[in-house]
Design a protein around this ligand. Structure first.
Ligand SMILES: [Zn+2]
Length: 163
């Protein structure tokens, strides 16, 4: 198989499509085409990465680099994280849900159902209620911390600097 035909056949493939045997054989035997495919793969990987202008580059001594980065940022083509991870964690919903849950446990004994239960069952009602309240708040806090572990790790510096 000649190079052009093999390479065109490769380019015509969809992403993740199985490479036909004859093209695979050609790529194995032809270093030129193999190199070209490798370059394509590298280029694709490079393009898939979002462009994040590094802070060091924009503060670079080289004014040309700094100006180029500034122009890319101004054009809106750069991937700039819209918010920091700390801002991304919304505690509002958690706080509202927690407040509703605690308010429910606080007001339950004063509700008609609570009054009736207290009158009928006495401490056999109160103790399980308080236990349930404690367990529910504990589980809620566990979920809260577990789902926002990223925030707590960053906030309290629990992460070792691996870089
Ligand atoms: Zn070839």
């Amino acid at each position: 198989m000649i190079c052009e035909k093999a390479f065109n056949g490769y380019l015509a493939l969809d992403k993740f499509e199985r490479v036909p045997l004859e093209i695979t054989v050609h790529l194995l035997l032809c270093p030129t085409c193999r190199t070209a495919v490798r370059k394509l793969t590298r280029a694709e990987k490079a393009l898939l990465k979002p462009f994040i202008p590094s802070m060091n580059a924009s503060r670079s001594i080289d004014p040309v680099v700094a100006a180029a980065i500034a122009r890319i940022e101004d054009s809106g083509l750069a991937y700039i994280p819209s918010c920091s991870p700390e801002q991304g964690v919304s505690f509002q919903r958690w706080l509202i849900c927690g407040a509703i849950m605690i308010a429910g446990f606080v007001f339950l004994p004063f509700s008609s159902m609570g009054q009736w239960s207290k009158a009928v069952f006495g401490t056999a009602y109160s103790i399980p209620l308080f236990l349930l309240c404690g367990v529910a708040v504990t589980i809620y806090c566990m979920f809260f911390i577990a789902t926002n572990i990223d925030f707590f790790v960053k906030k309290f510096g629990l992460q070792h600097d691996v870089r």
